[in-house]
Design a protein around this ligand. Structure first.
Ligand code: ADP
Ligand code: YYY
Length: 629
């Protein structure tokens, strides 16, 4: 403990000047309840003498058994024990404002504390309540406490009257007692409490208040070195991004809405909510329950987390502290907190983070938009996205995906009707851009984008998006399908019984481009998805099909091919019935099988397509390519 001789007038304890309020009142008068409120609103650290003693029992320390017996008898534990626990808690804390609840409980408590800690309280908060009311409350408190039985309760009342009231009288004689009528409902009692604590509001020493979040037993978090190499950057980055999100989301929201990007918009709303809840957590003063709840975030399907977030969100409007943007400028300490928090709480995620190439925030947003809100969001995902994704850029330029940039149309040898994409097309759900022309648009063999869609695939419990675009060669389309369909009105083409079959049967050069939209997707997972879909389609099309083509196709998806977010996987059909697979423009294999080609493109324009809307768009655009309008 290392206490040194201190001057009581300085109120120094644990190397800092402290402000202490003793909270007294009979058992069940509502001390703990009101202390939680004070912590939340005024940034004090709550030290309950009873809780510290109960923790000591649980810890199995040498005093544990003795404390247990004393408490069960409704008596008061020797003062040196309680004083030592209090002094340790104060010293360990980063805060300098403390509520000491349930202490001093007798004259001996008081004098011991005075002589050991050499600190005098700012004032004594006294909750005055009748025994009948306190008894009623204790009997329905339901916290599984061994002393909340009628026999021990009566003993505690007696001890309170005999031992604790004299302490209150002592402070009263010094004019230090602020008495509260605690018989009223909780909210009314708190109104009276607030009036007393207003001068100790959150603005006062907010740095200490916030840093006090780190006081409590952090469980496993202690296992991670606090001098974690990237900790500071990670923390600042986390802070900056959360702050940016909170500050700019409403402004940016409109922009996102107007872009028609519903998915990002929805995801953004959720991310924003989460960020606000997260900020709220971090800005609340010390309360062990918060940390327990924060840690419950860890569970991938944590209901506790969900309910806490809901609770937090429902209270968000009261919280001036949510103006994080202001705190950034005013309180450097907040940054320190986040750096510290990040190093401890997120430190253990660092290895995974490095291994997996962190996902960007768009991915997080995408994932959030299609999974139930918050249930699948782990701290890890949050950390990854916050730490790497440049949210500011992302927000202001959600549509820009440089790796998907296509060539601009220069001089066109191919007549492209106005119904189809004239420039690069933007997939509306994700905002990802696809080039209208895959090759030089002056080449007669260029394929033209005729449809887009997206397919959700569940990988690693998170639904991912594989975007695809469907391209066809305009000249060949006109040549092969023009004669049969020239007289069919465009509007009817999408429902024509033979149209899609012909499109699949004619060995038209065509291409489907998938864009991997998630880091962590393995090539094996892609192979498995395709193998199973293609297998089913092949079987349906031709039960006697030669399945070797499928095996050959699968063998190209070699496990050591990395496919980070942004990877383009192209499937191309050639006029001689080859299915060529390319990854980022590099051919990984070719299988000559018309059945396989049909099965693969059938996934997009055949029965049960991955996107019915995209299939209809393709029909409409092919009609355009055939010179119809
Ligand atoms: N003003 C109040 N009105 C009604 N019930 C209350 C009030 N304050 C607290 N309680 C309830 O009474 C019980 C005892 O409160 P608690 O804060 O644990 O008391 P203490 O810490 O003084 O022993 C709890 O179940 C609490 O929810
Ligand atoms: N200063 C103190 C405070 C509590 N104790 C012991 C004796 C008390 O009956 C129990 C429980 O105290 P706590 O403040 O948690 O509970 P009540 O206000 O009695 O409901 O702890 C003590 O021995 N000395």
């Amino acid at each position: 403990m290392g206490s040194t001789v201190k001057d009581i007038n300085e109120n120094m304890l644990g190397g800092k000047k402290v402000a202490i309020v003793f909270v007294l009142g009979g058992p069940g008068s509502g001390k703990g309840t009101q202390c939680s409120n004070i912590v939340e609103h005024f940034g004090f650290t709550h030290l309950s003498a009873g809780d510290l003693l109960r923790q000591e029992i649980k810890s199995g320390s040498e005093n544990g058994a003795m404390i247990d017996t004393v408490i069960k008898e409704g008596k008061i534990v020797p003062s040196e024990v309680t004083t030592k626990l209090l002094e340790e808690a104060i010293t360990k804390s980063g805060n300098d404002k403390f509520l000491i609840d349930g202490f001093p409980r007798n004259e001996e408590n008081r004098t011991t504390f005075e002589s050991v800690a050499k600190v005098s309280p700012e004032f004594v908060l006294f909750f005055d309540c009748s025994e009948e009311e306190m008894e009623r409350r204790l009997l329905s408190r339901n916290q599984g406490r061994s002393d909340d039985n009628i026999e021990t309760i009566r003993k505690r009342f007696k001890v309170f009257v005999e031992s604790s009231l004299p302490v209150i009288e002592y402070y009263e004689s010094k004019g230090m007692v602020k008495k509260i009528n605690a018989a009223k409902p909780i909210s009314e009692v708190f109104e009276d409490v607030k009036a007393i604590f207003r001068p100790y509001g959150p603005k006062m020493k907010a740095d200490r208040l916030i840093l006090s979040n780190l006081d409590h037993d952090l469980g496993y978090l202690h296992r991670f070195p606090s001098d974690f190499p990237m900790s500071h950057d990670l923390g600042l980055s986390l802070f900056t991004h959360v702050g940016t999100l909170v500050g700019s989301s409403l402004r940016q929201h409109r922009q996102i809405c107007s872009s028609g990007n519903l998915m990002v918009q929805e995801a953004f709303g959720r991310l924003n909510k989460f960020a606000r809840a997260f900020c709220y957590w971090l800005s609340r003063a010390s309360n062990p329950k918060i940390f327990r709840r924060l840690m419950s975030l860890e569970g991938p399907n944590s209901r506790a987390c969900q309910s806490h977030i809901n609770q937090v969100n429902s209270r968000v409007q009261n919280l001036a502290v949510l103006q994080f943007g202001c705190l950034v400028r005013e309180e450097h300490a907040v940054q320190q907190l986040l750096a510290n928090f990040a190093s401890r709480a997120l430190g253990r995620l660092w290895n995974d983070f490095q291994k997996q190439h962190a996902s960007n925030v768009l991915t997080l947003a995408g994932a959030m938009a299609i999974v139930p809100p918050l249930e699948n969001i782990s701290l890890k995902m949050l950390a990854e996205s916050m730490a790497l994704g440049n949210i500011k850029d992302y927000v202001s330029r959600p549509m820009d995906q440089p790796y998907l940039e296509g060539k601009r149309i220069k001089s066109r040898s191919v007549a492209v009707p106005s119904t189809i994409f004239q420039g690069d097309a933007i997939e509306p759900k994700t905002g990802i851009k696809f080039p209208a022309f895959l090759e030089d648009d002056s080449s007669p063999s260029t394929t033209v984008l005729v449809g887009m869609g997206f397919k959700g695939v569940k990988v690693m419990r998170v639904k991912n998006l594989d975007l695809y675009a469907f391209d066809l060669q305009p000249n060949t389309v006109s040549e092969k399908l023009g004669p049969k369909y020239a007289s069919v009105p465009t509007i009817q083409l999408k429902d024509h019984p033979d149209f899609y079959d012909d499109l699949l049967r004619e060995n038209l050069p065509m291409r489907v481009r998938l864009v991997v939209h998630y880091n962590g997707l393995s090539i094996g997972a892609v192979r498995d998805v395709f193998e199973s879909s293609l297998g089913l389609r092949l079987q349906k099309m031709n039960p006697n099909t030669d399945y070797r083509c499928l095996k050959t196709f699968g063998s190209y998806f070699n496990e050591d091919i990395p496919i980070p977010a942004g990877t383009k996987i192209d499937f191309c059909q050639t006029s001689d019935g080859q299915l060529i697979t390319e990854i980022d423009g590099r051919q990984i294999g070719a299988v000559k099988s018309k059945d396989l080609c049909r099965a693969l493109f059938g996934m997009y324009i055949g029965d049960s397509p991955v996107s019915l809307d995209a299939k209809k768009d393709i029909a409409k655009n092919v009609a355009g390519l055939m010179g119809k309008s």
